[in-house]
Design a binder for this molecule. Structure first.
Ligand code: F6R
Ligand code: ZN
Length: 198
């Protein structure tokens, strides 16, 4: 992972505005810019050998997140642009790591701006859900649901996300549990399959 921090360019304790490039799906002058490469996705795709081949071939970017440093406090709102690139690893579509929120009872809204794909969601009990991402479509992630973005298209999948200030991220439990479903694209055909099946 590469995390690039630009330092405060706005005062966060007074009203402020942020400019977006909605065509390229980027926040202009973000305070935190996280870039996840193939090499930071080990353990997430079914085909570990295919992932290592991709790492050896140039370690492409899987996704980027653009954020401001909003205080992690009740009453604040975190917001970001999440941009997941197109591609596959052994047929499995590029995706985010996925996480629960560290404060589990906090929801999140994703508004899809460009591209296409799915939001995979799961509860710690194993119950799962899946929502389509298409431009103009919003996905509501209720409290307690883990969530992962999957790009099934041929261009970047870009969403604007908003969630409570205190939410935080819990990646460790999702890394242990995985998601009940995986999304593959073979010969242009998208398939959502149970994680344990082929
Ligand atoms: C924040 C959130 C998104 C993700 C982003 C990257 O709560 O859900 O902003 O952080 O899509 O995914 P992860 O965090 O799973 O690497
Ligand atoms: Zn989240």
């Amino acid at each position: 992972m590469t995390e690039h921090t630009t330092g405060p360019s706005v005062k966060l304790d007074t009203p402020f505005g942020v400019d977006y490039d909605l065509v390229h799906g980027i926040m202009k002058n973000p305070q935190v810019h996280t870039i996840r490469l193939a090499s930071s996705m080990r353990g997430h795709y079914r085909d570990a050998k295919a992932l290592e081949a991709l790492v050896a071939q140039g370690d492409p970017v899987h996704y980027e997140v653009f954020e401001m440093k909003i205080p992690q406090e009740v009453g604040q709102l975190q917001f970001c642009i999440s941009k997941t690139y197109p591609g596959t690893v052994g047929g499995e579509c590029f995706m985010t790591k996925g996480h629960y929120h560290a404060v589990p009872g906090t929801a999140e809204i994703y508004l899809c701006l460009r591209g296409e794909g799915y939001m995979l969601m799961k509860l710690p009990t194993g119950e799962s859900a899946c929502e389509r991402f298409l431009p103009g479509r919003m996905c509501y992630v209720p409290p307690f649901w883990g969530h992962r973005t999957v790009n099934t298209g041929d261009e970047p999948l870009i969403s604007f996300c908003v969630y409570p200030g205190e939410a935080g991220h819990n990646y460790a439990d999702i890394e242990k549990e995985g998601f009940p479903q995986r999304v593959f694209k073979r010969a242009g055909k998208v398939e959502i399959v149970p994680a344990k099946a082929g």
